[in-house]
Ligand binder design. Sequence first.
Ligand code: GLN
Length: 283
Amino acid sequence: MNRREWVLYGQKELEEAQIENASGDAWYLFSECFHISREDYLFGMTDEINDKEAEERYKELIQKRKEHVPLQYILGTQEFMGYTFKVTPDVLIPRADTETVLEEVLDQLKQSKKPDTILDICTGSGCIAISLALILKPEVCVGTDISEKALKIAKANGENLAPMVKFIQSDLFENVTGSYDLIISNPPYITTEECGKLMPEVKDYEPMLALDGKEDGLYFYKKIIKEAKNYLNPQGMLAFEIGYDQGEAVKNLMEAQDFACVEIKKDLAGLDRLVFGFAREGE
Ligand code: GLN
């Protein structure tokens, strides 16, 4: 078969299994297995392929994708904020929605002093801590996670991209010391009930620990908001990614803990996606 026929074979297989974005995923798996760039492919779509080993691997990976294994876990990487992060089923796959959160936070920070100290709670792959370290070049940047397995991936990403980031195992603030200009978190925020209804890619393969926000989905916001002031510098910012229906609830929780200028912002789909606020002066 020629190159194009191989891509179409993969696409057809994935379509039969009702995989979303079958043509895109088939292309990425093809490119991975045959080491063919997009440009190279477009200039030689009818070139015959004769590489038994690569063909077998391609078929295996297509089969995995048919079983709803996320493309990113098959390829082992995900782009986030222009950087390539290693991902395994031990970490949540970084999302475009989280890029929106970072873009908004960076925009807000333009109006205040650049944060010299940053803490990312529930860091997972480390994507937030590492991206902020690369963009803001703070003096201190710490990422925490309860999962040792996730931290292994975060540390590998840190070594590749931003060795200055320190990763520590901690159940939220448990092992955190010091105080910070920015505390940011994309905690698990899906209700336990909703977790059971997620698409198979997420429900069956992404770590439940990174998704399940318990009964009302607000469990981790409540805990973090209660303790955050002990770790924030005066006027320090606390920012969260949130689910589309959690804006008011998280805003109220922050205001009840006396955070100032609390705001909800939307994502590109027009849904509430982040909440942030500031510690008051002299606290
Ligand atoms: N901070 C990571 C991310 O945003 C992981 C979040 C999580 O595990 N809940 O992708």
